[in-house]
Design a binder for this molecule. Structure first.
Ligand code: ADP
Length: 181
């Protein structure tokens, strides 16, 4: 399992999809699973930029992992997003026959993120909601990267600025350097 971390608008989803296509892996995004939900309460919460509660998120992730082929590497994009989710994941990885082989962190300047999100046009991309989601990332999600570093997991910081192909090549080279493909 490769975990993708980065603020909203850092390109995680686009890069995740490119990476799995190139390497024959599978992509799993909790954000995408929630956007595909037919539960009005979930969709309403997404629109505010707040996180979905941990129990529901852990269940969504577990069900999605269950549906993956154990022999195929998965890129998990957007999970865990806080310490409680990180601890839940750690406790439940063995039953899914998986381990975290790399943590990829997207580093993109805030100005570029705001510019990208403004052009993306998702309903939850209003300036107030963008600001709130950046705040949640800084307060709850970014600190988990340190948690993984403390545990000795391979943490790879990728410069996420520039065009899609450039960033993709940086990630591919990094995972090849770690012998993950
Ligand atoms: P982005 O990459 O732009 O942040 P995502 O697709 O990752 O967007 O997530 C969209 C929304 O889905 C989040 O703002 C949050 O409400 C919800 N979400 C996604 N993953 C999680 C998670 N692990 N825990 C709680 N909420 C989540």
């Amino acid at each position: 399992m490769v975990l993708f971390f980065g603020p909203p608008g850092s390109g995680k989803s686009v890069q995740g999809e490119l990476l799995v296509k190139r390497n024959g892996w599978q992509w799993l995004s909790t954000g995408q699973l929630f956007r595909d939900s037919s539960d009005p309460a979930v969709l309403q919460r997404l629109a505010t930029g707040e996180l979905i509660d941990d129990d529901m998120t852990n269940k969504v992730l577990a069900d999605a992992l269950q549906g993956t082929d154990r022999g195929t590497r998965v890129v998990v994009d957007g999970y865990p997003r806080n310490r409680a989710q990180a601890e839940w994941l750690e406790a439940h990885l063995p039953e899914h026959g998986r381990e975290i082989v790399a943590v990829i962190v997207f580093d993109v300047p805030k100005e570029e993120i705001i510019k990208r999100l403004a052009g993306r046009g998702r309903s939850e991309d209003t300036p107030e909601v963008i600001e709130r989601r950046l705040q949640i990332y800084a307060e709850n999600t970014k600190p988990i990267v340190d948690y993984y570093k403390e545990q000795g997991a391979p943490v790879i910081v990728i410069d996420g600025s520039g065009n899609v192909d450039e960033v993709h090549e940086r990630i591919q080279q990094a995972i090849e350097a770690c012998s993950l493909v």
